[in-house]
Design a protein around this ligand. Structure first.
Ligand SMILES: [Zn+2]
Length: 251
């Protein structure tokens, strides 16, 4: 199995919108990313898809103001750089349906992979509930609901292969898929947006901003991740850590 970490540009916003901090003017670079897993049995598995190609017109003014996107790299271009085309992807997993993770699904509209996109059941229900009740938050309905998309849902944990396990977390959103991957170099745990950065993980800083419910959910989930880290001697990959993704992606 081979992992490729893909850098898909960045959001640049007030740090407080992501992670609780004292200085309200401090800014943070929040990278957008995806992971391609070349798996001997499962084929090419893609975890997350980045922003929508239509972000400028599709995202709300409030979203673009709070989370400006000064750099956009499409999932199509990022895959192209490492020699893959969109139709090479066999399985798409969406950690959750927020715009910066599900937005790039559009690129796959004409591919086979669009017919069985993996997401958690709780996430799919929550996304529709929010957009249909006028409280969309970071969900953009047209980005995850368009002709041809068909979702396959999971709940709890799901072993896609003996070395690739998905687990549903209940933090950041009600059902966010994390991933445990066993490689020859060791185990990698991908948290997705339940933990944004290494700083948040190490100093146990809860999320800020309006999207996140800063509750016990964050701390409970963090505890679970730290236990897994110990058990598997794992390396942790965070949801939006700029330095980490730059080093992992060799961008
Ligand atoms: Zn999110």
């Amino acid at each position: 199995m081979k992992l490729h970490f893909l850098y898909l540009g960045r959001i640049e916003c007030r740090k407080d919108a992501l992670i609780q901090c004292k200085d309200k003017d401090e800014m943070i670079k929040s990278p957008i990313s995806a992971i391609l897993i070349e798996h001997p049995k499962l084929g090419n598995v893609l975890y997350d898809t980045g922003n929508s190609p239509y972000y400028g017109s599709e995202y709300s003014a409030e979203t673009l103001e709070t989370y400006p996107i000064p750099e956009f790299i499409s999932i199509s271009d990022a895959l192209g750089r490492i020699g893959f085309s969109l139709s090479d992807i066999d399985q798409i997993i969406l950690s959750h349906l927020h715009f910066d993770h599900a937005g790039g699904l559009r690129y796959f509209a004409k591919t086979e992979a669009i017919r069985h996109v993996l997401v958690s059941e709780a996430e799919l229900k929550n996304a529709y509930f929010q957009v249909m009740t006028g409280n969309a938050g970071a969900y953009v309905k047209s980005a995850f609901d368009f002709e041809g998309v068909c979702y396959q849902t999971i709940d709890g944990t799901c072993e896609l292969a003996e070395d690739l396990e998905l687990f549903v977390q209940h933090s950041h959103t009600p059902g966010l898929i994390g991933m445990r991957v066993r490689t020859e170099q060791g185990t990698i745990i991908v948290t997705g947006d339940t933990v944004y950065t290494r700083e948040s993980y190490e100093k146990e800083l809860p999320p800020g901003g309006k999207i996140n419910k800063t509750t016990e959910e964050f701390f409970n989930n963090l505890k679970g991740i730290k236990e897994m880290e110990k058990k598997y001697q794992a390396e942790i990959v965070f949801g939006h850590d700029y330095e980490q993704i730059l080093s992992l992606s060799n961008f």
